[in-house]
Ligand binder design. Sequence first.
Ligand code: ZN
Length: 386
Amino acid sequence: MNSKETAYLYTEDFLQYSFHEQHPFNQLRLQLTKELLESEQALDSEHVILPRDYEEETILRVHSKEYVDIVKRAGEEHPVSFASYGIGTTDTPSFPGMYEAARHIVNGSLTAAEFVMSNQVKHSLNLAGGLHHGFPNHASGFCIFNDIAIAIRFIRDHYDAKVLYIDTDAHHGDGVQHCFYDDPNVCTVSIHETGRYLYPGTGKTGERGVKEGFGYAFNFPIDAFTEDDSFLDTFAAIREITDYFQPDIIVSQHGTDAHYLDPLTHLHCSLSIFEQIPILVRELAQQYCDGKWVALGGGGYDIWQVVPRAWAQLWHIMNGHPAFQGPIDPVWLAKWQPQAPSTLPNTWQDQWTSYKSIPRRQEIMETNQRMKEQVLKFITNNKKKG
Ligand SMILES: [Zn+2]
């Protein structure tokens, strides 16, 4: 694929989205990923696109004016708490300039969407985006503005395209689902660790949309400690959903917190799933959407051992290459090792250090399998009716 077919959204302004030093959401991962790709000579400057500046109106298509004004005030009056708006909480504390920081990320995802929809590129990537827990009137789970919902709304407003949203973050994509729950032109699909033990607690199989949007929300809550095979077997359901929905564009969220080293979740997957997910999403975008695919970042809290490799693979695969194999470029390792809290992995694939095998493996696989069949039964039944 030539360079004009993909866009990589980046600006150092993305790094302003920073709650405080000890907060798990750390955008240094954006710089780590970009420099890893550059040292592997897999990201040329001609791929890199600066976000355009969009009107605040684009944000107001998803968020209330009241909430947007609160975010502005929180950034000016920091430290401050507006608990009923989810700001100033442990998860989403206020910080100076938080409105501007959140807006840079929104601009990144809007630019990514516009580049694809106006046929300037086939695929685009904004790793700063993917803030799927943002709600119209409140912040949640480290997410201030929901850049995904804003970008999807922009696509709906300006291009009238049918949008398939695919969320593989370990947490349920609750904010995006909420924004389009009654919309038959936006189909949301989320695979995540069951809400029995994990924030935000939603994303049950029975959440299928309401009114006109009924049948256009799909949730695959997988068991804690799910491993690669079962994750990927469940995720393969996306083929049937794409065929059922017939989208014009895919917007995907690529949180990497399903990895077994991630400190915030209980899933037990390896980097292998972060190679397989983009391979399948890209194939579906080619098959159903003339290639139209906007990929975004998301969660990912082991920023040294997991996120840079996982996201570098996403970009590489998006460009039509097979996944990186073998050793990591030593120049990148030498630069970042002094800052890393533990030894950086020196190969692209996991070496299974500190991986503990799971005693309930068979039981977890069977539970996930039954759950997947239950969710897909809806499509089968619908086809019979149609
Ligand atoms: Zn997450």
